[in-house]
Design a protein around this ligand. Structure first.
Ligand SMILES: *Cc1c(COP(=O)(O)O)cnc(C)c1O
Length: 382
């Protein structure tokens, strides 16, 4: 089976992790800060907070921005459920903004329309979470302009997009947002097994995210409400969690960062091979080319008719295709909140036709050619 995505681990990664096992610290040592510096340096930003997953990063990001009961958070329906659940963890309500069928990302036009209605009804969102689907940056300039006009904060869900570039900078530099979140799950661009990280330009938001990461507890003298009672003394100043990444996971992350540029270049070669192969196939719709950005190409999705038949044939011939994403509002747990089919038609239409083809750093040209051959044959016979 050729999977749709997989990690790449070399001997240097193994050595980095085993070195931590032989060191003094398995958690709360020097490697997590080193990983944070590595990602922050790459993105060109001052603050990075590593946590146990992107889900945890989205949660502490919402908490740091003050999301709570009575607040509204908007995201894209074409995403993993975690992009929406973070608001619910905080007791806030969730709503969605449909995608642009060309980019598969949140449509800034539909966002503007929905904001206009929301402003009239007095229910403007506190936070909007654009998701860089497949690693391709959203139109952040337009979304940022709307945030200035309507006064909401922005968390970029860049779980797919470490290494992506947008205009003059890297995704994660928060030029157009308050916080950016990355995932290091093994199917993503680089991995720490499980892990996530939030970047921000704001020292205050970083401080709050660190507090929520570790029980709401601080030992920093200038953060204590009462006087320091001794070297053992710490204070819990808010309700936090244990979202700390271990030194083992961080060591894998530091080691994986070495490969990031090369791996993204390889993903672009794979994409080009697919694009060229399917350019003349009118039954296969490929990803649109990016504008003013470089995608990280976490996913390569195509759209076809008779998706179910094509999917089954691909799986039967050993190609581990997948589908991204079931629109979040159609999940039973979201239908319970009142969402129903037909509300976000672009995401629903896309979902009915979507298939994710294998793309990862170590896939070979021969494997890509096998995928191409099998997809053509599956489409022709469906
Ligand atoms: C993978 C993913 C997440 C969750 O990441 P974890 O690190 O597994 O918690 C969130 N949002 C999107 C868009 C994702 O693809």
């Amino acid at each position: 089976m050729i999977p749709y995505g997989r990690q790449s681990i070399d001997e240097a990664d193994v050595a980095a992790v085993t070195a931590v096992l032989r060191s003094d610290f398995l958690t709360q040592g020097p490697v997590v800060p080193r990983f944070e510096e590595s990602v922050a340096g790459y993105c060109g930003i001052d603050h990075a907070v590593a946590v146990t997953s992107a889900t945890a990063a989205l949660h502490v990001a919402c908490l740091a921005l003050g999301v709570g009961p009575g607040d509204m958070v908007w995201t894209s329906p074409n995403t993993f459920v975690a992009s929406a659940n973070c608001a619910r963890y905080c007791g806030a309500s969730v709503d969605f903004v449909d995608i642009d069928p060309a980019t598969l990302n949140m449509s800034p036009v539909l966002l503007a329309e929905k904001l206009e209605t929301a402003a009239r009804n007095g229910v403007v969102p506190k936070v909007v979470i654009p998701v860089h689907f497949a690693g391709t940056p959203c139109d952040m300039e337009a979304i940022h302009a709307l945030s200035q006009q309507y006064g909401f904060a922005i968390i970029e869900d860049a779980s797919h997009a470490i290494g992506a570039r947008y205009r003059e900078g890297f995704v994660g530099d928060c030029r157009y947002s308050d916080i950016t979140v990355f995932s290091f799950h093994p199917v993503k661009i680089i991995t720490t097994a499980e892990g996530g990280l939030a970047t921000t330009r704001s020292a205050e938001l970083a401080r709050r995210m660190r507090l929520f990461r570790s029980h709401g507890i601080s030992r920093a003298i200038d953060e204590l409400e009462s006087q320091n009672e001794g070297p053992w003394y710490y204070e819990q100043s808010c309700l936090g969690y244990n979202y700390r990444l271990s030194e083992l996971h961080a060591a894998l992350g530091v080691s994986q960062m070495r490969h990031l540029e090369v791996w993204i270049e390889r993903r672009h070669q794979v994409r080009q091979r697919y694009d060229r192969a399917f350019a003349q196939d009118h039954e296969i719709t490929c990803l649109s080319p990016e504008r003013e950005s470089r995608s990280a190409l976490h996913l390569y999705t195509v759209q076809v008719d008779h998706r179910r038949a094509v999917f089954d044939k691909m799986r039967a011939s050993g190609i581990g295709v997948n589908v991204h994403y079931i629109p979040v509002h159609l999940q039973p747990d979201f239908r319970k909140l009142g969402f129903s089919p037909g509300q976000f038609p672009h995401s629903e239409r896309y979902y009915e036709r979507a298939i994710s083809l294998p793309i990862y750093a170590t896939i070979t040209d021969a494997q890509v050619d096998t995928v191409i051959r099998e997809l053509r044959s599956a489409v022709d016979s469906s």
